[in-house]
Write a protein of this length. Structure first.
Length: 139
């Protein structure tokens, strides 16, 4: 008896490994649904992230430790910020290869600045390091 199109049998469906994989799939689907719902709410995401960062800084200040972890986290955040502020294509290098070009047709879109790292992809990697540092600091 096949349960799904993957070929799992009923014995695999009720095994502990099958239950764990179903649970992981359900949690990952709910997490992705949460991310999809927060995508258009940019201001709320950044305010929430700022609150979490302030709690982290306060916790580090009160414990007076975890400076190495904070230093590494700061370097990681700086690397993401540089990617966010950098253009996708360097105009000076592109000008050497293509020459100076402007839109020639009305349908051509002139984009003076396209980010190398979009805003959501800049925000998303910032959250897990703060949350993992909270777990580390509880010990």
């Amino acid at each position: 008896m096949d349960v799904g199109s993957t070929g799992d049998t009923s014995a695999d469906y009720f095994s502990p490994d099958g239950a764990i994989s179903r649970w992981k799939f359900t949690v990952s689907r709910q997490y992705q649904h949460f991310l999809d719902k927060t995508t258009p709410h940019m201001l709320r995401r950044w305010i929430g992230s700022l609150i979490i960062a302030c709690i982290y800084v306060l916790r580090v200040y009160l414990i007076q430790g975890f400076y190495v972890v904070s230093y590494g986290l700061g370097i990681y955040m700086l690397n993401l910020l540089i990617g966010f502020l950098s253009p996708q294509v360097d105009p000076e290098i592109q000008e050497l290869y293509d020459g100076a070009t402007l839109p020639t047709r009305g349908s051509d879109e002139f984009r003076p600045f396209v980010r190398r790292l979009p805003e959501f992809k800049f925000w998303y990697p910032l959250l897990p390091p703060f949350l993992s540092c909270f777990n580390f600091m509880i010990l």
